[in-house]
Design a protein around this ligand. Structure first.
Ligand SMILES: [Cu+2]
Length: 121
């Protein structure tokens, strides 16, 4: 019986067992402070997060946030700008970015874990 059990356990460690793999996390994960910056003017709000969280646009560009959650969110800049969309629970809101190059951080004032940045350059 012991020998048979050991055989089964050893078998579980084979190539067919993928249930506990924790290595090889993909890059670009939207949480955890990733520094990946995407060139786009559109940001989705989904699952209480901005995606992509870090974007790059041209000076003076209009950036649009689309709220896919059925709850109020807002986009409020906290560095270099005081622009805010105000709360909105559906649809999209747009803000015109500054013309001065730099990194502008924003967050949702309702949900402190929702943060993002816009790099203007
Ligand atoms: Cu929010």
């Amino acid at each position: 019986l012991v020998a048979a059990l050991a055989f089964v356990v050893a078998g579980c460690g084979g190539s067919g067992d993928t249930g506990t793999t924790v290595t090889g996390t993909p890059t670009g994960t939207p949480t955890g402070g990733t520094t990946t910056t995407v060139t786009t003017n559109a940001v989705a709000i989904s699952g209480f997060a901005f995606f992509p969280p870090n974007i790059q646009v041209s000076p003076g560009a209009v950036v649009t946030w689309s709220n896919g959650d059925a709850t109020d969110h807002n986009v409020t800049f906290t560095s270099g700008s005081t622009a805010t969309t105000g709360n909105f629970s559906s649809g999209s809101k747009s803000l015109t970015m500054p013309t001065t190059p730099g990194t502008y951080a924003y967050h949702c004032t309702i949900h402190g874990t929702m943060t993002g940045t816009v790099v203007v350059q």
